[in-house]
Design a protein around this ligand. Sequence first.
Ligand code: G3H
Ligand code: ZN
Length: 280
Amino acid sequence: PAVATAELVTAARSAGRGIAAFNVITLEHAEAITAAAEAAGLPVVLQISENAVAFHSGRVEPVLAGTAAVARAASVPVALHLDHVESEELLRAGVAAGASSVMFDASKLPYEENLRATARMVEWAHRHGAWVEAELGEVGGKDGAHAPGVRTDPAEAAAFTAATGVDALAVAVGSSHAMTDRSARLDHALIAELRAAVPVPLVLHGSSGVPDEELRRAVAAGMVKINIGTALNIAFTGAVRDHLAADAAVVDPRRYLRPARDAMSAVAGHMLRVVAGSPA
Ligand code: G3H
Ligand code: ZN
């Protein structure tokens, strides 16, 4: 069934587990991730980013409706989240269309402006029953430039959380978006400091580039929501490429989308178990 992100994050945190949140671009992503969660018997967050909405002609409703239908039919709890939203208009449209939570990303703005914009959106979202994640200390790689050196300051994170009323905080601790190899090293001492300083659940972005053992340690130290995107797309595109290379006559997209969906599901199943601390 479809449930609220808040419910899954709260339950994971109390159990000392992580909750995996995967980026959905196509319907095949939503199906692959949900099938993996069902096979693992684990809850999952399906998240749609502002970039994914841009790909779907700027409309959030169709992709959210399809993803929501997959979530409702699932045998495990599945939550719908909007990821890296910079547009206040999209945030409002997404919540109206059924997203239970949003990440409002004003992390490119200077601290004071990020704080003011985030506080305003949190106030609006809470009045509309939505849970809000914000980001402090920009996690690199969103524009293609990896910046794993950026770090979130614990005292600033505590002040930001108190001043904005956010429900979860994405922090920069060594990961970077869109990495195609799993070579990131996390700052585990900083994760523990942030965990002690910030009362709300912490979110790790750019988790595709983080090795399994680093992810397990990060969850043990207090990271709760673990965002994964690129790892699925590596599997998807690799399977499509292999199929097309082997079958020059193929026309029906289902012939290569099926193995692509299966490949994403295998990766999602592995990551779900790592994040939840289940045996792989
Ligand atoms: O918000 C989405 C995540 O941070 C995904 O990052 O594509 O590097 O796994 P990734
Ligand atoms: Zn991210």
